[in-house]
Design a protein around this ligand. Structure first.
Ligand code: TXD
Length: 306
């Protein structure tokens, strides 16, 4: 597998590092970092190739600003874009990052026409839509990472509240990657036993989960990046290994509204959007998305390659 990463910043470089350290790294022959700041991509690629050598892995790591290095790649991760500053919402990044992601997706469609595109740039669900429209790829080959991050953050809150091991907890966050994210209260289990919360407890874990992002921005002055990078590595693992596992990813169904849904992944991207009885609130939020995305001009590529 050849994996491209657009944006050699905090998330991009840590995705590459996570892949090199992963238990499935033997399935990866090449990683390419592309960044508008060419020396950043070249320098981090060189450093990462040395990290690969430290672990005696046979992964070639290259870097540059020319998209030609991604020719024929299997997976391309888009992390490029502005990050939030303290006080900024994810939606504040919409216009500027939509322009960046649209340009990048069109380039990927030309240079790696059979690739699966994984988005992480915020506002995530809008970037999934932007990449879908501007690449002209079929829906199944556009995947957004946020649900795995938000669900992991929820598990940490439950673990702290109930003093339980993370590995014993099942918890899911679906919907949009913003304050409309939906914590599935009836889908929280510890050791396969449903967990009951008082109203106060559930409000606490919900608010804390939703506030993790802004809290880290306030502490670091930039967005979180290690956990988001881990979420992308987890998605790539599913694509490569095709394990029969359900993840939560921002994907597009017949509603044409991308948001966090239960999915099964394989080498061509989304293998199945798992049927689930989402709440009324979940679908009512689609109107908010359609209202917001109207303001974004996205040149649509018509070639829907199979
Ligand atoms: O869960 C999630 N989806 C979110 C995503 C979690 C945390 C961070 N989230 C978003 O990911 C964040 O708001 C940003 O929009 C992206 C990337 O975050 P990162 O922390 O990696 O940002 P950096 O370190 O600024 O890296 C961005 C890189 C930087 O090196 C720029 O030079 C490059 O992107 N960049 C570009 N490369 C190529 N082409 C273009 N046009 C470009 N513009 C910027």
């Amino acid at each position: 597998m050849k994996i491209g990463i657009i944006g050699a910043g905090n998330i991009g470089a840590n995705v590459a590092y996570g892949l090199i350290c992963s238990e499935f790294s033997d399935k990866i022959s090449q990683i390419a970092l592309v960044d508008i700041v060419e020396n950043l991509a070249i320098g981090k690629a060189l450093d990462l190739s040395h990290a690969s050598a430290v672990f005696e892995k046979d992964i070639k790591v290259i870097g540059g600003s020319d998209y030609a290095i991604l020719s024929g790649y299997d997976i391309v991760v888009i992390t490029a874009g502005q990050t939030r500053k303290a006080g900024q919402s994810r939606e504040d990044l919409l216009k500027i990052n939509a322009k960046i992601v649209a340009e990048i997706s069109a380039k990927i469609a030309n240079i790696a026409p059979n690739s699966v595109i994984i988005l992480v740039t915020n506002p995530l669900d809008f970037m999934v839509y932007t990449a879908y429209k501007s690449s002209g790829f079929p829906k199944n080959r556009i995947i957004g990472m946020a649900g795995e991050l938000d669900s992991a953050r929820l598990k940490c809150e439950i673990s702290n509240l109930k003093n339980e091991k993370i590995s014993h907890i099942k918890a899911s966050v679906v919907g949009f990657h913003n304050d409309k994210m939906e914590i599935l209260k009836d889908e929280i289990f510890i050791d396969n036993k449903k967990v009951e919360f008082s109203g106060k407890e559930f409000d606490e874990i919900s608010q804390n989960t939703k506030n993790c992002g802004p809290k880290i921005v306030n502490l670091l002055g930039t967005s979180a990046f290690l956990a988001p990078a881990s979420g992308i590595v987890k998605i790539i693992k599913q694509i490569i290994t095709e394990e029969d596992k359900t993840l939560i990813c921002s994907v597009i169904d017949e509603s044409e509204v991308p948001c966090g849904r239960f999915v099964k992944l394989g080498k061509f991207g989304v293998k199945e959007i798992v049927k689930f009885n989402y709440s009324q609130n979940f679908t009512q939020n689609f109107a908010y998305f359609k209202e917001k995305i109207k303001n974004i001009e996205i040149k649509t590529q018509n070639k829907e390659t199979k």
